[in-house]
Design a protein around this ligand. Structure first.
Ligand SMILES: Nc1ncnc2c1ncn2[C@@H]1O[C@H](COP(=O)(O)OP(=O)(O)OP(=O)(O)O)[C@@H](O)[C@H]1O
Ligand SMILES: [Mg+2]
Length: 258
């Protein structure tokens, strides 16, 4: 993400998308072109939505439950949920395409470039700590999907913590076979929080579509998207959690070795 998109940027991109559709109706590459513009729109749309969502959550945290301001913020939050769901459905639809947009990159650069996530963590009064090993393998990924998975996990982590908590992102190399995956070299990503943890009873269900234990505003699609993104990249995801102590997600993505 380079810089923060404004509503005007978004409208301009949507208008460019319509233009592209008009111009390319008879072109065999139409699908690729439309998807390319659509992923930019979806990303920027998600970015703005997250900013609205984060501000509404912050207001709810600060106002007494049931007050006028609390209920207004809750209304905004509920509306963003519907929009998020729409964005997630579009992303799932895009994911069905052949993998044309794989890019070789450093996973830590991808994380560090994500300004939105810093803002979200800060809004909740939490901290984001990073521990990166030296000489990390590169990966070949659909950046948008991996960034989105990262954002979903960090947001979950922050939502599970009280202000002052830290979410730690660690990245290492991992050499060796994992289950029946083809690769034997991976980048291992850990996202660990100091939040309330996940009850062992619901742990097996957290990746299910629409499963949410957040009464007020969870759509239950965040981890489904994370799981799908990891699977699409021939990786693996594990979770460990202890009630009252926190949760750690570990993701392995195959290294790109050239
Ligand atoms: N880091 C975490 N700490 C505690 N519980 C978590 C964490 N991550 C996920 N969960 C649990 O897993 C459930 C499913 O997570 P998921 O991200 O799919 O949905 P959601 O956060 O409820 O809604 P959405 O992400 O769509 O807004 C959550 O409702 C929550 O109960
Ligand atoms: Mg979530």
């Amino acid at each position: 993400m380079s810089g923060q998109p404004s509503i005007d940027d978004l409208l301009e991109t949507i208008s460019s998308l319509s233009q592209t559709i008009m111009e390319m109706q008879h072109d065999a590459n139409i699908g690729r072109e439309i998807r390319s513009v659509a992923s930019v729109v979806i990303h920027d749309f998600g970015y703005l939505l997250s900013a609205i969502e984060g501000s509404a959550e912050l207001l709810m945290d600060q106002e007494p439950n049931g007050s006028y301001r609390y209920n207004t913020a809750k209304g905004i939050l509920n509306a963003t949920k519907g929009l998020k769901e729409m964005r997630d459905c579009l992303m799932l639809a895009l994911r069905g395409r052949p993998k044309r947009y794989l890019e070789i990159c450093s996973i830590t650069d991808l994380f560090d470039e994500d300004e939105m996530i810093y803002e979200r963590v800060k809004l909740h009064g939490c901290y984001l700590a990073k521990e990166y090993a030296e000489d990390l393998y590169q990966v070949k990924v659909e950046k948008e999907h991996i960034r989105n998975a990262y954002e979903n996990m960090v947001i979950n982590a922050v939502q599970s913590m009280v202000p002052g908590g830290t979410v730690t992102v660690r990245v290492y190399n991992h050499d060796g076979k994992l289950d029946n995956l083809d690769s034997c070299k991976f980048v291992r990503i850990e996202i660990e929080d100091e939040g309330k943890g996940i009850d062992q009873e619901i742990l097996p269900r957290i990746f299910e579509p629409f499963f949410s234990a957040k009464d007020e505003y969870g759509t239950g699609l965040g981890l489904t998207i994370v799981y799908q993104a990891v699977k699409d990249h021939n990786g693996k995801i594990d979770v460990e959690s202890e009630l009252g102590k926190g949760t750690k997600f570990t993701i392995y993505l195959p290294a790109y070795l050239g």
